[in-house]
Design a protein around this ligand. Structure first.
Ligand code: AMP
Length: 271
């Protein structure tokens, strides 16, 4: 595995060949590694980037405390035989085109409490895509809204790129793996698994129970269990703006906070 912190030598190493790209913010866990493994299945070089993207964090969010574990990340990527790792330095922020997502996609769900989040993600991904020109990009279904927005953006602005969604990897408890889980104590981590259990219980009520009633029940369970509630929505898998679907495929998605740590998760019901 070769590490680059400048784009040009990486571009030269890739020699114009087709390659797969896995963008991450580091602090790699089995969810990230599943993206790398899936990307390796294409039998083309795999580039993983590690950058805690400051553009996607609001002023009062956890940019400073976001876990950074570069040396362990490099070991994990080496172990998986990832071909290249790109760890760009902060110079990239100097001449970046700041993009805005379609507000009807970026200001709903997670965007209600994080209004600049998806603009920051699209801005940095656009920079990566223009600079490196990947052919295949692997992203997690755990961040379903992000995956949806990126697919939408790429169709319009980077039609040569194929976005591959990879299923969510969970702890044995059911808790979706996330770098932010590392900010929870061990006790809280096992408590956090209740979030997924409640999500599962709630999605099972669809479509027999009306969505507002499912939302109400979910919210009350979440509050009783000591989480702060952000949102719970059931939306059309093919149109995240339709939060009143009558049939499957649907996604039930939620965000909550446990002792200051934001957790998001979703369940996709395809059939
Ligand atoms: P992040 O480092 O949090 O920006 O995530 C980088 C990529 O890993 C994104 O495409 C995420 O959706 C994906 N990812 C994060 N957690 C998981 C997980 N538990 N399972 C699968 N993919 C994940």
């Amino acid at each position: 595995m070769i590490q680059f912190s400048e784009a040009q030598p990486l571009i030269e190493a890739l020699e114009g060949n087709e390659f797969a790209f896995v963008p991450t913010m580091g602090n790699l866990h089995l969810g990230h590694l599943s993206l790398i493994r899936t990307a390796k299945g294409l039998d083309i070089p795999v580039v993983c980037s590690i950058l805690v993207n400051k553009l996607q964090f609001g002023a009062n969010e956890d940019f400073d405390s976001y876990p950074r574990t570069l040396s362990a990340d490099l070991d994990a990527l080496k172990e998986l035989d990832c071909d290249y790792v790109f760890t760009p330095n902060n110079d990239l922020y100097h001449d970046i085109d700041e993009l805005k997502c379609a507000p009807e996609l970026s200001q709903i769900l997670c965007g209600k409490s994080r209004p600049i989040f998806f603009d920051g993600i699209i801005t940095i991904l656009n920079w990566f895509f223009n600079t490196l020109k990947p052919h295949h990009v692997f992203m997690g279904e755990k961040d379903f809204q992000q995956l949806f927005i990126v697919k939408n953006f790429v169709t319009k602005r980077h039609p040569d790129i194929t976005i591959h969604g990879v299923p969510t990897v969970r702890e044995p408890s059911g808790l979706a793996m996330s770098s932010r889980n590392n900010l929870l104590s061990e006790d809280l981590r096992s408590h956090a698994a209740k979030f997924y259990q409640m999500l599962k219980e709630s999605v099972d009520l669809f479509p027999d129970t009306p969505i507002p009633q499912i939302q109400k029940q979910f919210k009350s369970m979440i509050l009783v269990a000591g989480f702060e509630y952000d949102y719970f929505e059931i939306f059309d898998k093919l149109d995240i703006t339709n939060c009143n679907p009558t049939s499957k495929p649907i996604v039930a998605a939620s965000a909550v906070t446990l002792e200051g740590v934001r957790l998001i998760d979703n369940i996709i019901v395809d059939f």
